[in-house]
Design a binder for this molecule. Structure first.
Ligand code: MN
Length: 231
């Protein structure tokens, strides 16, 4: 059997201190995981269960790239996020056992077509086109979990053209990383190569052609993105 055509290679991410790269299998994301961001979105965080959505690996964009302003939107937002890279298998994992699945952490940008997201929410329609599009999952290098240490009150921040926009602490997350992984593992058999974007703090906003976005989290490689003209 021969294939009708070849597909693009699976995206991979660099790992600090290693020449090996992390192949991306799936990209999971959580919404409304910082109270202050929920407030700015006009919603109350649902504490019954995390809100998960997903992006396809075709959305991956490496840090440092210049991307065209995304098509189909007039209100594309940055969302700075702490990303968990999964290196083990897990199904119905207890929160106390979830850390064993974590390979490392990275800075990520969950680029969002906010106008399409609002329209979808208003009409009870899926979020897919608002969240899952080309260059919508920007990712920096992964830092191994044992190098990073415990997830505590590390600072997470984003600047747009050197103006501070987002500034929070990982301790402000509503659902902790073990809680998120445990919950996600009730829905999926988690496996090496899966990524989890853990939500964005307050201060999200629109990008424009010419913008330079930079994000930092204490202990991780920084992330950057340049917005070019629309195609
Ligand atoms: Mn997000």
């Amino acid at each position: 059997m021969s294939l009708l055509f070849e597909l693009p290679d699976r995206p991979t991410l660099p790992v600090t201190g290693s020449s090996d790269r992390f192949p991306v299998h799936r990209i999971f994301c959580v919404g409304q995981n910082y109270e202050a961001h929920s407030r700015e979105m006009g919603v109350t965080t649902d504490r019954n269960a995390p809100i998960f959505f997903a992006k396809t690996p075709s959305a991956v964009c490496p840090s440092g790239e210049t991307i065209p302003y995304p098509p189909g939107t007039e209100n594309c937002h940055y969302e700075m996020e702490f990303v968990v890279a999964i290196g083990g298998h897990g199904f119905r994992v207890a929160p106390g056992d979830a850390q064993g699945m974590v390979l490392g952490y990275a800075c990520g940008l969950d680029m969002t077509r906010r106008d399409l997201q609002h329209a979808a929410k208003d009409k009870g329609r899926p979020w897919d086109t608002a969240k899952d599009f080309e260059n919508a999952a920007v990712l920096a290098a992964i830092t191994p979990a044992d190098t990073f240490g415990a997830v505590a009150n590390q600072r997470i921040a984003l600047s747009q053209n050197d103006e501070p926009r987002q500034d929070a602490r990982l301790s402000e997350m509503v659902w902790s990383v073990p809680e998120l992984l445990a919950s996600l593992s009730t829905l999926y058999h988690l496996q090496p190569g899966d990524l989890l974007f853990t939500g964005t703090p307050a201060g999200v906003g629109p990008v424009a052609p010419g913008d330079h976005i930079t994000g930092t989290i204490d202990g991780l490689e920084p992330i950057s993105l340049q917005i070019g003209d629309a195609e």
